[in-house]
Design a protein around this ligand. Structure first.
Ligand SMILES: Cc1cc2nc3c(=O)[nH]c(=O)nc-3n(C[C@H](O)[C@H](O)[C@H](O)COP(=O)(O)OP(=O)(O)OC[C@H]3O[C@@H](n4cnc5c(N)ncnc54)[C@H](O)[C@@H]3O)c2cc1C
Length: 404
């Protein structure tokens, strides 16, 4: 049987290797000059390729969050099986304390090279710089029109990715191609993306990193929370903890704000006691130096300013003043104005409607022989290796079953 795969990213490469291992002849079509360009940028160049918690519920989202359960839970496609599969390609992995899995080499290039070597198979015909422009299907024969050729096959797998990460391959192409076959998509929005906020404080703190708990608040209450590293930028805030809550900003309505807690392991009472001891030790100094030693110097100054204290002497701060500073440390509120766009996002939330695909095969319910996998579907995962795990599991499932 012959299978055409549109997209040589994570899921398309996994699908191609798997389809060939089941004896199929494969055309793998990639519009960029090389396969796996986005993969090289993942995990800050280290490629956070999975997460040991990816089999546990709650990490995937979409109109039907259970759609991904089957592929991710199948014993031959789950995290353990994925690690073994990469092992069979020569790639060893290590997990970090937060469950994130990385290549032992700590280089995304190792993941890509292992996949590239496996693509070097007489059954796989790889065409790069090959943009697919149209698809036709007649009597279950798929005719795929590319800028530099026409490919005919018995099955077609769409692995074109989503709109996120435009500079490394993200585009709207896959949705348009699927629409030619009668498929529909849900509303798309950027996820795992930086937040735009009222700029005054982030701008003053540009480049500063801090450990914090972050809570996204709307008039209805708490929308999402996370804890970890945040980075202040020219236009707002970034960093892993921010990515974790960004989906709630994309989907949230009304006035949103983010509340930062710079000492999440302490309660406010403990913080006040500590500030009292610092007041005694810092006599004669300006109040904006009170937090020196606890936070990055600029962050300490900004928290004091936010709480209303700058040049007065530390000695003059009353207990009530210290309580205000402690409140600023634990409840630093910044109005949120939105998220950055798809180009900056790591993943697209929304995608091809999953009720139009069978979760057990990833075959279209509209066009038999047509499959979709990876980010082009309405499935998005949390930050931490979950999106690549979905790419591997879904790509391999489609590759396994494309000859049914
Ligand atoms: C900067 C960045 C960092 C990330 N870091 C991580 C991480 O550490 N861990 C994690 O789990 N996830 C991470 N992600 C998300 C993850 O990379 C994606 O979810 C995953 O790559 C999706 O795989 P895919 O195969 O569906 O799509 P992609 O990997 O995007 O591949 C799709 C491919 O299809 C090609 N294509 C599109 N249209 C056509 C066409 N018409 N003709 C031919 N080819 C076409 C594209 O050029 C692309 O190569 C990151 C994303 C970004 C942008």
């Amino acid at each position: 049987m012959t299978v055409t795969i549109i997209g040589g990213g994570a899921s398309g490469m996994a699908a191609a290797i798997t389809a060939a291992s089941h004896g199929n002849r494969v055309f793998l079509l990639e519009r960029q000059a090389r396969v796996g360009r986005k993969l090289l940028s993942t995990g800050n160049g280290r490629c956070n390729l999975s997460n040991i918690h990816a089999d546990t519920p709650g990490h995937y989202h979409g109109t039907d969050p259970s759609f991904s359960d089957y592929a991710l839970g199948r014993p031959d496609l789950n995290v353990r099986a994925t690690v073994d599969w990469f092992g069979s390609l020569g790639l060893l992995t290590v997990s970090e304390s937060n469950g994130r899995l990385y290549p032992y080499s700590n280089m995304a290039g190792s993941v890509l090279d292992s996949l590239r070597f496996a693509l070097d198979n007489p059954l796989i015909e790889l065409h790069t710089s090959c943009t697919v422009t149209g698809i036709r299907v007649r009597d279950r024969v798929f005719t795929v029109q590319a800028e530099n050729g026409v490919f005919r096959s018995d099955a077609l797998i769409l692995a074109s990715g989503g709109a996120a990460g435009g500079k490394v391959g993200g585009s709207m192409e896959g949705y348009r191609l699927a629409a030619e076959l009668g498929h529909h998509r849900s509303v798309l929005f950027p996820s795992l993306v930086q937040l735009k906020t009222e700029p005054a404080y982030p701008r003053a703190l540009k480049g500063v990193k801090a450990q914090a708990a972050i809570r996204i608040l709307s008039s209805d209450g708490l929308l999402a929370s996370a804890e970890g590293e945040i980075l202040f930028t020219e236009y707002g805030i970034s960093g892993p903890a921010v990515f974790d809550v960004s989906r709630s900003v994309s989907t949230g309505t009304g006035n949103l704000s983010c509340e930062l807690d710079f000492l999440p392991s302490w309660d406010e009472g403990q913080t006040v006691s500590w500030l009292m001891s610092r007041r005694d030790a810092m006599k004669g100094r300006e109040s904006q130096t009170l937090l020196t030693g606890l936070f990055h110097t600029r962050l300490g100054q900004v928290i004091c300013k936010y709480s209303g204290f700058t040049s007065q002497l530390v000695d003059s701060l009353t207990d009530a003043d210290l309580a205000r500073i402690a409140h600023g440390i634990h409840h630093f509120l910044i109005p949120v104005t939105g998220t950055c766009g798809f180009d900056q996002a790591q993943v697209t939330a929304g995608g091809l409607r999953t009720d139009e695909f069978d979760p057990h095969t990833l075959q279209s319910r509209v066009v038999p022989g047509f499959f979709a996998c990876g980010e082009v579907l309405d499935v998005d995962g949390d930050c931490g290796g979950y999106n690549l795990q979905w790419a591997w599991s879904s790509g391999r499932l489609a590759g396994m079953l494309a000859n049914i």
